[in-house]
Design a protein around this ligand. Structure first.
Ligand code: DGL
Length: 283
């Protein structure tokens, strides 16, 4: 561990996502690392990411990371599976020597590889994440080729979860459609490879049955954040109570209203940050 100035330890861990979904990841961080300060940036103005091209997602990720660096981030967490799948190598290269980057995908793949007994791991994710093949590579690495991935892409589920106040029959029907191929494949472990899906975890578990283990990004990523902070010597002193604050690229009142459901903790003020307009129309 290097000697790090106290002020660096006081800087926030920054988390970004395509919108409010990454608040499910922030929730786990706030519970497990209560002494750290967090800054969350939701790109609600350009949600959803799951049907966008890798090029567009790489541009968005770079732009959001620069905003967070300007806000004094000591570590950047990419909570969004679609952004991680498309942009992680470029983002790490761009930020090398400036700030450590922790992302989803690999941590869940490692947890799934350690959890599965029959070597059949299901994945529920957006079309962008599934098409990238990022989870296939991560699981092959994590399991030494001993586990096989059964991916299911669903474009409808994240927008349905985001739009609906209460979980309704349409959402349950979408969950059932997504889970059907996983049941057919006999998976014993399923990765929820999209930030929104923990919100419908009971419906997914009911459909898959109690015998199937569910792995989420938030649960998987916390250890990695802690390791990176320790390695950089920039962890906040334990015993203090950390703060958390929010930025959004879309409507801030909407962020607060929707976000509280995802975070399951109070959201006070939300600041607005402008970003470039998307060049593509999300499907
Ligand atoms: N954060 C996105 C993901 O995990 C949610 C879905 C979306 O933006 O399309 O893929």
């Amino acid at each position: 561990m290097h000697a790090v100035a106290a002020s660096q330890r006081d800087l926030p861990v920054a988390v970004f996502d395509s919108g409010v979904g990454g608040l499910t990841v922030l929730h786990e961080c706030l519970v497990s690392l209560p002494h750290e300060d967090f800054l969350y940036l939701g790109d609600t103005g350009r949600f959803p990411y799951g049907t966008r091209s890798p090029d567009e997602l790489r541009r968005f990720a770079g732009e959001l990371a620069e905003i967070l660096l300007a806000e004094g981030a000591k570590l950047i967490v990419v909570a969004c599976n679609s952004a991680t799948a498309a942009a992680l190598p470029e983002l790490r290269e761009r930020l090398a020597g400036r700030v450590p980057v922790v992302a989803v995908v690999a941590p869940e793949a490692r947890l799934a590889a350690a959890t599965t007994r029959n070597g059949r791991v299901g994945l529920l994710a957006t079309p962008a994440t599934v098409a990238s093949g990022a989870y296939d590579r991560a699981l092959a690495d994590a399991s030494g080729g001993r586990a096989a991935l059964h991916p299911v892409a669903t474009a409808e589920l994240a927008p349905l979860i985001q739009a609906g106040g209460e979980i309704d029959e349409r959402t349950v029907a979408a969950v059932e459609r997504a889970c059907e191929p996983l049941l057919g494949a006999g998976v014993d472990t399923v990765i929820l490879g999209c930030t929104h899906y923990p919100l419908v975890r009971p419906a997914i578990q009911r459909c898959l049955g109690r015998g199937v283990e569910i792995v989420t990004s938030g649960q998987a990523i916390v250890d990695e954040i802690e390791r990176e902070l320790d390695a950089a010597g920039s962890a906040a002193p334990s015993g203090r109570r950390g703060d958390y604050r929010f930025l959004a690229t879309g409507d801030v009142d909407e962020f607060r209203r929707l976000g509280t459901r995802f975070l399951q903790l109070p959201i006070a003020t939300v600041g607005h940050v402008p970003v470039a307009a998307p060049t593509e129309v999300a499907a």
